[in-house]
Write a protein that binds this ligand. Structure first.
Ligand SMILES: [Mg+2]
Length: 410
């Protein structure tokens, strides 16, 4: 006699709507229905988030602030505050944690939860609806969700549900749901891929559904395979459990104690680049940095500094070297050096936009793209090249590469 155990897969995707904008509107209710731009307010700043009212004017995130202001002159412009957004994100995270044992925090305002097997007891859709209502009631933040058999279809469903709504795609209806949508709506299809597909005459998901997978693979390589599968509603990536890690660190003990300051600085620089890259991979920012030195007599000293939230090398490196200069005063042989980034909060590139220019943002995205593809040490500053093998390039926040690269230029 056979028993067939059949567990319904239920993957929930939750996404806070125009998160930074919504938080600003809670803080200042007068901004409620006004067009709003959040980002770097300097001349060369970039839009990190924009309200729905501005989108009709052609404004989108990632665009130079100057251009956005020209397109939508009546918009209120606000310089973002990473600390505030992180606090609101934590409150939402806590509510989700109370409701579901297994969830993933994929960015400051985005979550996945595995509700599989819960159906018999609660009804996943009802359960997700109640959780969403609780988040709205307790935080005042609008949030949308999508529910389906996998992460990709749920994410697309969330985007279709927005603003401030929810959508369930029943088992078996994944393909018909995706068919009429623009191919652009498939996660992973960026501007460049979209252009390639458009040039092939592909506009809608249904065209890809009818194509053999081989053709997509021939045109777009391994990404083509993934896009084809996604277009067909197939995805089996698991939910990566969320760990609220508060610090990351690295240190190096020398085989032979050294007094070579140039070498020590080169190693610190490489360590900073490595940890900053890991921060960006994990969608994290640090607000406190520490340098540690152990001398040959085993006396250990450390010095720390509070800084504005960042994950940018060019901000962190001078500060780390500055700490080292004040700390290394003994002119003694050094046995060990290390650095630590702590007071970590969730946040991605967009938050660095409050400080940075478009050029800096593009540079980091390009560098990290190469690192993700060719390995962590494929791009390093020339002065860090003397320092060999500084730790491994895993993502310390979940042990796996991120599902989506830590940028949201769409
Ligand atoms: Mg969002």
């Amino acid at each position: 006699m056979f028993y067939v155990l059949f567990v319904f897969l239920a993957l929930l995707h939750l996404d806070l709507d125009t998160f930074y904008v919504s938080v600003e509107r809670i803080i200042n209710t007068e901004l409620q229905s006004k067009p709003l731009l959040v980002g770097g307010t300097s001349d060369r700043g970039v839009v990190a988030a924009c309200s729905y009212e501005t989108r009709g004017f052609g404004v989108h995130s990632g665009m130079p602030m100057k251009m956005a202001k020209e397109l939508c002159p009546e918009a209120v412009v606000i310089r973002g505050n990473a600390g505030t957004y992180s606090k609101y994100s934590d409150v939402v995270t806590e509510i989700i944690k109370e409701h579901v044992p297994l969830f993933e925090k994929s960015s400051i305002d985005e979550f996945y939860a595995d509700l599989s097997g819960m159906d018999r007891f609660f009804g996943c859709y009802k359960y997700a609806s109640e959780m969403r209502q609780k988040i709205i009631k307790e935080t005042g933040l609008p949030i949308s969700f999508g529910l389906s058999v996998n992460k990709v279809v749920s994410k697309v469903a969330t985007n279709e549900a927005k603003p401030n709504n929810q959508l369930k795609i029943d088992f078996g209806l994944e393909k018909p749901f995706l068919a009429p949508l623009s191919i652009k709506k498939i996660p992973m299809v960026g501007d460049k891929t979209y252009q390639t597909l458009r040039n092939l005459g592909i506009r809608k998901v249904k065209t890809v559904q009818k194509m053999p997978m081989d053709i997509m693979q021939r045109v777009l390589g391994s990404n083509g395979r993934i896009i084809w599968k996604r277009a067909n509603g197939m995805d089996n990536t698991p939910v990566i459990p969320f760990h609220d890690r508060k610090s990351i660190s690295t240190e190096r003990t020398f085989d032979r104690d050294t007094i070579d300051v140039t070498k020590l600085k080169g190693i610190l620089l490489a360590m900073t680049e490595n940890l900053a890259y890991q921060l960006r991979r994990g969608d994290k920012l640090t607000a406190c940095i520490t340098v540690k030195i152990r001398y040959s007599d085993f006396n250990t000293y450390s010095k720390q500094l509070r800084i504005p939230y960042t994950s940018a090398d060019h901000i962190l490196i001078p500060k780390i070297l500055g700490l080292f200069n004040t700390l290394y005063s003994k002119r003694m042989l050094v046995r060990l050096i290390g650095i630590r980034f702590s007071h970590l909060v969730s946040g991605n590139y967009q938050i660095n936009l409050f400080e940075d220019t478009e050029e800096a943002l593009n540079l980091y995205q390009a560098m990290d793209y190469v690192r993700n593809r060719f390995g962590g040490r494929s791009v390093i500053r020339a002065s860090a090249m003397g320092a060999k093998t500084i730790g491994s390039m895993y993502n310390p926040f979940n042990g796996q590469p991120p599902v989506v690269l830590a940028h949201r230029k769409q």
